[in-house]
Design a protein around this ligand. Structure first.
Ligand SMILES: [Zn+2]
Length: 210
């Protein structure tokens, strides 16, 4: 495990390499950002989207949360971090792609499958992962006689599809998808196999992207 001092040393290497006086990229980024995509990924330390996709600063607008979930559009007095990030990326940065990146062995989806978080009754985790309750219910119905590991994997993928559905409840996002200026993608990173799959609407399944 890295000591916090090593994070600072890591930044020093980044500073001298990427943002040194000769960096054309950072000269450009100092003027503003123009990312091609917004990616909703999991907070899990093993699935950093920029590292997995070999991106440089400026490429991806990223939101990370427990289990990479997109809530439905809700206009109320609550605090909606994912919705605010989506609005900024779609309406102000005019990204062309929205990617929901799920992954295997997801602790958030495990908490959902196990019935929320057992830490205490006021846990934030249980309420948050319940966004994907519908995905869990459909998996348990379809795969009721299968092993928990298989059910969890199915739920990891079904919750990606539910997030894609929830994305379409944002009117300004739906409008752009229907006009063809915005594309939605559901991706799944398999940690064990080291592979990346994408949801194919035609087959209804996840197919290897590489
Ligand atoms: Zn996760």
């Amino acid at each position: 495990m890295r000591d916090v001092k090593e994070f600072v040393a890591g930044f020093q290497r980044f500073q001298s390499g990427a943002i040194g006086p000769d960096s054309a990229l950072f000269d450009e980024l100092r003027q503003g950002q123009n990312p091609r995509a917004i990616l909703i990924g999991c907070s899990d330390s093993r699935v950093d989207p920029a590292i997995l996709t070999d991106c440089v600063p400026g490429d991806l607008f990223v939101v990370r949360n427990v289990a990479n979930l997109v809530p439905p559009c809700e206009v109320d007095a609550g605090y909606h971090g994912v919705s605010a990030a989506l609005e900024y990326a779609v309406c102000h940065l005019n990204v062309s792609h929205v990617i929901v990146l799920g992954h295997s062995q997801c602790g958030g989806i495990k908490a959902l499958m196990d019935g929320g978080c057992s830490c205490d009754e006021h846990s934030f985790i249980g309420r948050w992962v319940n966004i994907a309750e519908k995905a869990k219910e459909s998996v348990l119905q379809r795969l009721h006689d299968k092993a928990p590991a298989l059910q969890q994997r199915a739920c990891e993928q079904a919750s990606i599809l539910l997030s894609l559905e929830n994305l379409m409840t944002f009117p300004w996002l739906r409008q752009r998808v229907e006009a063809g200026s915005l594309a939605l993608h559901g991706w799944y990173f398999d940690l064990r196999a080291g592979t990346l799959s994408g949801y194919t609407p035609a087959t209804g399944g996840f197919d290897l992207l590489t």
